[in-house]
Design a protein around this ligand. Structure first.
Ligand code: HEC
Length: 129
């Protein structure tokens, strides 16, 4: 019984990684969850523990909370992009090779310190908005 309860608690925490851990909640990493044989939701597993919702807070000012903002009447809603294109464009902003709308430097400063896992997590989050 104790075992089942632990699984349920851990599952809830991994599933809602965006929520801060409070009260009786026990937070564990995706790797630990897998090692314990606890089911991990696809998005969390794909993201390797990166928190798309938390990362996206940085993007809201320009791309909108719903990712549908057309920035400066030039950059189309990023919600319309496929996750593959989304991740690819962030990678190329990071390495400085993407300057599609002439403002690549703005995006480089946004994603320069992020990892591929962060990009995947952001892609999943935006897709789910
Ligand atoms: C200060 C405003 C600003 C912030 C904050 C910002 N962006 Fe951008 N974003 C831009 C601009 C400007 C471009 C267009 C750059 C270019 O290619 O010239 C862009 C382009 C993009 C594109 C590609 C759009 C396309 O049509 O190819 C994606 C994807 C994107 N941003 C995601 C993000 C994510 C994810 C974050 C948060 C981590 C973020 N942006 C934060 C301004 C911003």
């Amino acid at each position: 019984m104790k075992r089942i309860l632990l699984s349920a608690v851990a599952f809830a925490c991994v599933a809602s990684a965006a929520e801060p851990c409070t009260g009786d909640c026990v937070c564990i990493s995706v790797e630990d969850a897998k090692a314990l044989g606890i089911a991990v939701p696809e998005a969390a597993a794909a993201a390797g523990g990166s928190d798309g919702a938390a990362l996206y807070k940085k993007c809201v000012a320009c791309h909108g909370a719903d990712a549908k903002t057309v920035y400066l009447s030039k950059v189309p809603a990023i919600k319309e992009m496929s996750p593959e294109d989304f991740v690819q464009s962030l990678k190329t902003y990071k390495d400085g090779s993407n300057n599609k709308y002439g403002m690549g430097a703005i995006m480089k400063s946004q994603v320069g310190a992020m990892s591929d896992e962060d990009f995947t997590a952001l892609g999943e989050y935006v897709k789910g908005l």
